[in-house]
Design a protein around this ligand. Sequence first.
Ligand code: PMV
Length: 324
Amino acid sequence: MFVEASAPGKVILAGEHFVVHGGKALALAIRRYVRIRVSPTDFPLEIYHSESGKRDYVDSHGRWVSESRLKDLEPIEASVEAVFDYLGQRTNVRLDISSSIPMSAGLGSSASLAAAIVKGVSHYLGHELDRGELIEIASASERVVHGDPSGVDLSTVVSGGLVLFEGSFKRVVKNIRDVDLPLVVGDSSERRSTGVLVGNVGEISKKYGKIFSHLVQTSDMIVERELEAIINGELETLGGLFNVSQGLLYSIGVSTPKLERMVSRAIDLGALGAKLTGAGGGGCMIALTRAENSSAVVKALEDLGGESFFVQPDSVGVKSEAHF
Ligand code: PMV
C-alpha cells in the first residue's frame, strides 16, 4: 500500500510581514505543487528527491546517510516526527518528493512540503486529520525553517482558494474558492531566507514602534479593500492596491532593485498593478495584468528576472489518496 499526497503553492496578495506583527493577510493557493509518495521501507526514514535524483536515509543507529545537505533534511524529518508524536504511533516510511514550486522564492514551497508530508504520512498511518490538526502539526517544521511564521502560508496551502488570514488569531477567517484573477508571477531568481527577512523587519518594528503599528493598520486596510475589490470584480482598484502594498513593503526594506525594476516594467507594459509577494529580499513578484498585455508582461519579466507564468488558482488545498 502507498499514499500519494500533494499541496499547492501560494501567492500573497497583501499583508506579508505585517501579518507576523498581528496584522491580516490575503493569499491565494496556486496550481504549483509539492507531491509526495509515502511507501514502506526497511529504514526508519528514507527520502528520494525526484528532481535531483538524491537519496537519503536514516540507518538503524538513527544516523543520516545522506547525499543532500542535512539542513535541507531537517524540516522533512521535523514534519514526519511531528506526525508520529501527534498520533503516538510510528513506522518506517519512504518519501518520494517532487515539486514544481521554486524553493526560497516566496511561493510557499516549505509550507507545501510540510503540509503534503503531514497529510501523506498521517493518511499512511490510517488517520484523516482535519485542517486545524494538519496546520498545527505542519507548523513544527515551518518553525525549523522560519523561526516564527505567522501561519498564513500553511493555512493557504492546506485550505486552498483565497484566504483572508487574521494573524492575531492565528486562524483563517475567510476562505473563498473559485477565484479567477489575471495574475502573472515573475521570479527575480534572487534566493533568500524568509527567516532573515522576518528578523530584519522585527528590528524595524522595534525601532519605529508607533510608526510601524500604523503601517500594520494601513496594511490591514489594504487587505480588506483588496478582498472587497476581488469580490466585486474591481480589477483597477485591486491593481492600484498592489502598488500601495508594494510601497509599504519597500518602506520596510524588503524590496530589492531587481524586484523594483520588474514591478516598474510590468506597469510600463500596462499591468494594473504589481508587487513583490512573500518575504521579498528577492524571490517572486506578481502583476495584475489585462488580457491584451499579459503575454508581453510574462515575456518582459522573463527577460528581467527568470521564470514567469500565469497564475492558475487551486481551490482544493492539500489532499491525499491511498493506493492498494
Ligand atoms: O516564506 P514566504 O516568502 O512564502 O513568505 C512568508 C510570508 C511572511 O509574512 C513574510 C512570513 C510569515 O510567516 O507570514
